[in-house]
Design a protein around this ligand. Structure first.
Ligand code: ADP
Ligand code: MG
Length: 591
């Protein structure tokens, strides 16, 4: 076949293939045009779910007689005039393709009476212009959808499915445009009418929720209100399912960007991550999110039907959605922070009683008078409450590390064993070792448990480091990290290993970057497992110099006994030191 230009009809039919998939997409395009025209009342009539006939009539600004034929021409629009406009879109339409596309696959009649015009005019399917009877506004009648492209007609679903698709489209408009009254007439019967609502946007949207999201959601939804300030700031409003309500798919997640219904994987991920530890695995939250931001921050010229958009600063928006949803869920059911000591699950009892790594007495500075060693206040006297507490714990007294008596310098735990031996434990080193063992046990069992952050933390890195980390992101997920690329030179930390408690995500990530950077090419983090786990364990939550209650001290000792290899810290230093009764007696020259 020789090369030739497509005819206008064929070109329009190809364009229609992209935007006009089914009767519901005709309704979407026409209602968008009505909204762009500033309509406050829109009436939709469908016969046979729109397959036989669809009529959309509005009270918007109308089209002057001399522009009617132009409106049906491809690439004719009143909405943009320059490239600058293209990147600052304030309307739903701008491509000038909907009307010619519809006219190419169906019989279209366009009637309109422009504001201030004395009479109405209409263009019939044959292209002739005739006087018409119409109040101010526009009326589009679309008959026999796909009569001109019968192949497309074969792809349509049952009239019932097409009607449902049409309802979905209208329910979405109803939610995002509460200022507009919508009426649906199906096969001659008014089946649905939603009057215009006044006042606060969310307030107005609330009664419209049930038709799209169901009654349960409408009754129980949590309200979301958040804002990211600044020149290019964004606001986020919406409704969320409480953690007790979830769905099997993401179909019940609706996102509107500047009033436009869009699908966005990144925002869906933000939502998913925010609910991660709140709903059962494999279930999905339900949500309606309205995001408003300056039009120059969104590129809507990505998808012919404009159901996908591109954000100039996707990372920021991700953070806004994730943070706000997290916060809303948190306020709904506050997470009770677990005490540090019990955040560690004992791994297994060692079969052999632990052997102390060192039993040196030299480490005790005998030059220092005992009362100076005690920095935590006056030591509890015999018979005081604290001392009794210890006496009432004969079982811990029998444990190998003994029962805690107290703390020295808020750093060392002093304990007495049943045999009268003295145990000293470096609480910082011990906890670090416990965290290390816990991480290792989790990793061996599959993956390290992850804790989503309330607010993601953006860590600036070099572009090379950013690429490197993103290349290992999937592997780092097994180590409990949630990382999202935020910009070419920064990463948003959205989750950290749960066992690390409230660690500083920035310093933590930087340390991990160092570990990853040291990897030989084409090797995995697994090859340096011990090293990486040690890096993580360094960022644990008990710091040295923290006052611990006797209960916390004993809990730490019991956990150490339950964990293999706990008697040296990750750096090989001892975590516990014992002075036997015999050694004590020698010190006092009793022997
Ligand atoms: P677009 O919406 O991308 O501009 P369309 O093909 O949907 O392209 O519409 C072409 C033009 O026809 C619009 O730019 C607008 O000027 C006019 N138009 C379409 N529908 C209406 C309406 N309901 N009310 C007023 N003007 C309309
Ligand atoms: Mg349009």
């Amino acid at each position: 076949m020789p090369i030739r230009l497509l005819t206008d009809t064929l070109a329009n039919q190809i364009a229609a293939g992209e935007v006009i998939e089914r009767p519901a997409s005709v309704v979407k395009e026409l209602v968008e045009n009505s909204l762009d025209a500033g309509a406050s009342n829109i009436r939709i009539e469908a016969v046979d779910a729109g397959l036989t006939k669809l009529v959309v009539q509005d009270d918007g600004c109308g089209i002057p007689k001399d522009e009617l034929l132009l409106a049906l021409t491809r690439h004719a629009t009143s909405k943009i005039a320059s490239t600058e406009d293209l990147f600052n879109i304030h309307t739903f339409g701008f491509r000038g393709e909907a009307l010619p596309s519809i006219a190419a696959v169906a019989r279209l009649t366009l009637a309109s009476r422009a504001r201030g015009a004395a009479e109405a005019w209409e263009v019939r399917p044959d292209g002739q212009v005739h006087p018409a009877a119409l109040p101010h506004g526009t009326r589009l009648e679309v008959a026999d959808v796909f009569y001109a492209t019968p192949a497309r007609r074969k792809f349509l679903k049952s009239p019932r499915a097409e009607a449902m698709a049409l309802h979905d489209v209208l329910h979405k408009f109803a939610l995002a445009q509460p200022q507009v009254a919508l009426t649906l007439v199906e096969d001659g019967v008014e089946s649905w009418h939603i009057p215009a609502a006044q006042g606060d946007f969310l307030h107005a949207a609330t009664p419209r929720l049930a038709s799209l999201m169901g009654d349960d959601f409408a009754r129980q939804a949590l309200v979301l209100n958040a804002e990211r300030g600044g020149e290019n700031g964004a606001t986020l409003h919406g409704f969320l399912s409480p953690p007790t309500l979830h769905a099997g798919t993401t179909r019940q997640q609706f996102m509107f960007v500047n009033g436009r219904a869009v699908k966005d994987r990144q925002l869906q991920t933000a939502l998913k991550n925010a609910y991660a530890d709140r709903i059962p695995a494999g279930r999905h939250p339900m949500a309606v999110l309205f995001i408003t931001l300056p039009p120059s921050e969104v590129d809507v010229n990505v998808h012919p039907a404009k159901t996908e958009v591109r954000f100039r600063d996707g990372g920021n928006l991700f953070g806004l959605v994730y943070g706000a949803v997290r916060q809303a869920l948190h306020q709904h059911t506050p997470v009770v922070p677990r005490p540090v000591a019990s955040s560690f699950v004992p791994v297994a009892m060692p079969s052999q009683p632990p052997v102390y790594a060192a039993t040196t007495v030299q480490s005790l500075n005998l030059q220092t008078p005992p009362e100076k060693l005690w920095k935590g206040g006056t030591p509890p006297a015999m018979g005081t409450e604290e001392h009794q507490g210890y006496n009432q714990q004969p079982t811990t007294h029998n444990a190998s590390l003994g029962a805690a008596l107290g703390q020295i310098a808020n750093t060392y735990i002093v304990a007495e064993t049943a045999d009268g031996n003295l145990t000293l434990v470096d609480q910082h080193a011990a906890h670090e070792r416990l965290v290390y063992e816990g991480l290792k046990a989790q990793f061996t069992a599959g993956r390290i448990a992850s804790q989503p952050l309330l607010l993601p933390v953006v860590v600036p890195l070099t572009p090379a480091e950013t690429n490197l980390m993103m290349a290992h992101a999937a592997e780092l997920e097994k180590f409990g990290f949630g990382l999202e690329q935020h910009s070419p030179s920064s990463i948003a930390v959205v989750a950290v290993p749960q066992l690390l408690g409230d660690t500083n995500p920035t310093t933590l990530l930087r340390d991990v970057v160092d570990d990853v950077a040291e990897l030989a090419p084409r090797t995995t983090l697994h090859s340096k497992l011990e090293h990486v786990l040690a890096t993580l364990a360094c960022h644990h939550s008990i710091r040295a110099h923290r006052r611990l209650s006797l209960a916390e001290q004993n809990a730490l000792l019991r956990q150490m006994e339950a964990s293999p290899n706990c008697l040296t810290c990750n750096h090989g230093r001892p975590t516990a030191v014992t002075v036997t009764l015999a050694e004590l007696e020698k010190l006092f020259e009793r022997r």
